[in-house]
Ligand binder design. Structure first.
Ligand code: SAM
Length: 326
């Protein structure tokens, strides 16, 4: 883990909106959900270019603090520059959100008043062909959030058996043509670039009724597998709740149904006092609700936001609040 603090940066005063940058997905909804206050401690578990963090730091001025995490050091550089006006009120750490508890302990933060997760890949990562996330531009089959990690998408594509590839594409991409695609990949190996992989898929998949590119689901599956995204979310959510102060809020934006299902089921379980199977006549689980729902249905982007940023179309925001002790 490599902490990056803003402490040495000299910049102009904060205030006003970050005009030179695009707003991140569901920006206003996140700030509204977290209700940042001064003083207060906040955690941005996926800081990216720091768009949501900017809004949180602005709203918890003058004495609120923010810890921002990202697996990608280049995202932290962007965030550091963007958040520079907030001087010593933020700390950035190159770490996974699966280590929340350990990181807060190191900083002597007992709890936080709000947490945001904006899951998945950022536009900067997607738009950089060298990162290999997109089939729109030629690049290496990489897809790592953390460039220091060993496993790349090319390793999976070129080393898994045909059956393993098929089940990965089915499990993480929900791709109905997973077997056919796996067979095509297997026969075309070695495949080293994004466009090569996209072409192999296009040549072998029947035209689908949806408007999505035939390679979309396979690319999603590989990205999820390379970065162990679903396991990370499953691990991180209970830790996030454990460090949340009573009355503090947790907001999660997900971009596909696999992520959203994990978030929904976890929130649903933590909002209930009993999690015994419905057929069981008497409760013996001893479970107590730790959370309460703030919105019953996920919040989606407006048509206006989607027009400006088509990626917002699949965003779903769920918000919960940590219960106060009785
Ligand atoms: C959608 S972007 C976040 C954008 C950000 N909210 C903003 O306002 O610019 C998601 C970020 O999460 C990071 N990320 C993905 N998995 C992570 C993990 N396990 N721990 C920490 N960061 C992660 C990615 O590298 C990426 O920069």
């Amino acid at each position: 883990m490599h902490p990056t603090t803003s402490r040495s940066v000299e910049v102009s005063q904060p205030g006003g909106k970050p005009r030179t940058h695009h707003l991140p997905v569901l920006y206003h909804q996140i700030i509204h959900a977290l209700r940042p206050k001064s003083p207060g401690n906040y955690l941005d578990a996926t800081i990216g270019a720091g768009g949501h963090a900017w809004g949180i730091l602005d709203a918890c001025s003058p004495d609120g603090h923010l810890l921002g995490l990202d697996l990608d050091p280049s995202a932290l550089e962007l965030a550091k520059n963007r958040l520079a006006p907030f001087k010593d009120r933020f700390i950035l750490v190159n770490a996974s959100y699966t280590a929340i508890k350990e990181l807060l302990d190191k900083m002597n933060w007992v709890s936080v008043d709000g947490i945001v997760f904006d899951l998945g890949v950022s536009s900067m990562q997607l738009d950089n062909p060298d990162r290999g996330f997109s089939f729109q531009a030629g690049g290496p089959l990489d897809m790592r959030f953390n460039p220091g990690q060993d496993l790349k998408a090319a390793d999976l594509v070129n080393q898994l058996s045909e059956n393993e590839l098929a089940s990965l594409i089915w499990k993480y991409g929900e791709e109905p043509n997973s077997r056919r695609i796996a067979r095509a990949i297997y026969s075309a190996r070695p495949i080293t670039s994004t466009v090569e992989l996209a072409e192999v898929i296009m040549l072998n998949v029947r035209k689908q009724k949806t408007h999505i590119h035939p390679a979309t689901r396979t690319f999603q599956a590989l990205r999820i597998a390379v970065n162990q995204e679903l396991q990370s979310i499953e691990e991180a959510l209970p830790e996030a709740v454990s460090v949340l102060a009573p009355g503090g809020r947790l907001a999660v934006i997900s971009f596909h149904s696999l992520e959203d299902r994990i978030v929904k089921q976890f929130f649903r379980q933590e909002c209930r006092d009993c999690i015994c199977p419905p057929a069981q006549p008497m409760c013996n689980c001893g479970h107590q609700a730790t959370l309460q729902e703030i919105v019953h249905r996920p919040i989606m982007a407006s048509e206006e936001e989607i027009k400006e940023n088509p990626r917002a179309r699949s965003a779903r925001l769920r918000i919960v609040e940590k219960r106060k002790l009785a």
